[in-house]
Design a protein around this ligand. Structure first.
Ligand SMILES: Cc1ncc(COP(=O)(O)O)c(C=O)c1O
Length: 386
């Protein structure tokens, strides 16, 4: 059975996530000319539905790139006009955002945050007051490496708006799975990835771009492939500047239609209920989440290992025996936590399966957990939500 590559695994990593059959099938449509009318029709619809998930009336862009390409695009298009950027670092992806800004020629002012917690608006205010010439704040809304989220995102957006700072948000592991109305919260550039809550295969980055961001982008000269001005120019013709990954556009089109059918608010609510069920189940099992309670993410659940459990042995057993794939820790958390991606096409069925598998694999390895307590705690959350 192990050699049977067709056997479908339950993918519960924080992206890529399980892709609905409807979305997979959409990719089988015939190829089209990306400079022809069929593409134009598809592109206009996908952009419109992308605006829907960002809850924006402003521009959006779709890049044939993974999430990091989207982050690099955002940064490289503003770094000339906004080269002093405040970056809270709450985990591995905050560090990566900082490194990306530095690589693009920007100067960062780091705000170190203890891993497991999140930055708040007062910390941002303090640093902006102390530093001179800050032009932007860039941060990771949902820190995938620690399973935390920034509760003050709206307040930080309002602060940036009042102080004429650009606000750049990496929402790669959360857009579609938690609240993020980018216009209302004054987010100038927001970046998302296709392979997370949007239940599409990896390979597309989605960006929202405010008018305030455009006023800086218009002056930039140091981009080519990720030049947002080119994207805006070609969009007028219903095209992208370079050849897009057409099958992925088909997939995203279908996935966004599904989100519209469900309703964004319902999809977000479903993510919240599933996350709550996982947290309750984890505690029922007798395990401890990594993130401090008030900062816990609604899409990525990070859990501390009991001392007797080895990360790679555990996750290999989970994959081989129970057919469930979860993620380990990153950076300095490697080996000490595991992470469950609770995003995209998730329901009670997937949550109960992953909880059972975690409980059984740990007991196989000699760490007996209260499996029934875990499962009934999760079921209680789903029953309440019915
Ligand atoms: C918050 C965050 N930022 C950036 C990335 C990088 O995205 P990608 O691997 O699609 O380039 C990830 C991927 O997990 C992420 O979770």
């Amino acid at each position: 059975m192990e050699k049977d590559m067709e056997r479908r695994q339950l993918i519960m990593v924080p992206g890529p996530t399980n892709v609905p059959d409807r979305v997979m099938r959409a990719m089988l449509k015939p190829m089209i000319n990306h400079r022809g009318p069929e593409f134009k029709e598809l592109y206009v619809r996908v952009l419109e539905n992308t605006r829907y998930v960002f809850q924006t009336k402003s521009d959006v862009a779709l890049l044939t790139a993974s999430g990091t390409g989207g982050v690099e695009c955002a940064i490289s298009n503003i770094v000339q006009g906004a080269n002093k950027i405040v970056v809270p670092i709450c985990g591995f992806f905050g560090e990566r955002l900082r490194d990306n800004i530095v690589a693009m020629g920007g100067m960062t002012v780091d705000v170190p945050v203890e891993w497991g917690k999140a930055v708040n608006v007062y910390m941002i205010e303090d640093i902006v007051k102390k530093e001179k010439d800050v032009k932007a704040v860039a941060l990771v809304y949902n820190e995938t490496s620690t399973g935390t989220k920034i509760n003050d995102l709206r307040a930080i957006g309002e602060f940036c708006n009042e102080h004429d700072l650009l606000f750049v948000v990496d929402a790669i592991s959360v857009l579609g799975g938690d609240d993020l109305p980018v216009d209302d919260w004054h987010v100038d550039i927001c970046v998302a990835g296709s392979q997370k809550c949007l239940m599409t295969p990896p390979g597309l980055a989605l960006l929202s771009i405010s008018d305030k961001a455009w006023s800086v982008i218009e002056k930039s000269t140091n981009t080519f492939y990720f030049n947002l001005k080119s994207y805006r120019k070609y969009e007028k013709e219903g095209q992208t500047p370079y050849t897009p990954a057409i099958p992925l556009y088909y997939a995203l089109d279908e996935a966004l239609k599904m989100i519209r059918e469900e309703g964004l608010e319902n999809a977000i609510n479903r993510h919240k209920i599933c996350a709550k069920a996982v947290y309750k189940a984890i505690e029922g099992l007798g395990l401890a989440p990594f993130a401090e309670e008030k900062f816990r993410s609604n899409t990525v659940i990070a859990i501390r290992y009991p001392p007797s459990i080895n990360d790679s042995t555990f996750r290999e057993l989970l994959r081989k025996k129970y057919n469930v794939v979860i993620a380990g820790g990153q950076g300095k958390l490697k080996g000490s936590i595991f992470r469950i991606g609770s995003m995209g096409m998730i329901t009670q069925a997937e949550i109960l399966q992953v909880i059972s598998a975690v409980g059984m694999a740990m007991s196989d390895l000699g760490h007996e957990l209260k499996l029934n307590n875990g499962l009934s705690a999760a079921r209680e959350v789903f029953k309440e939500a019915e």
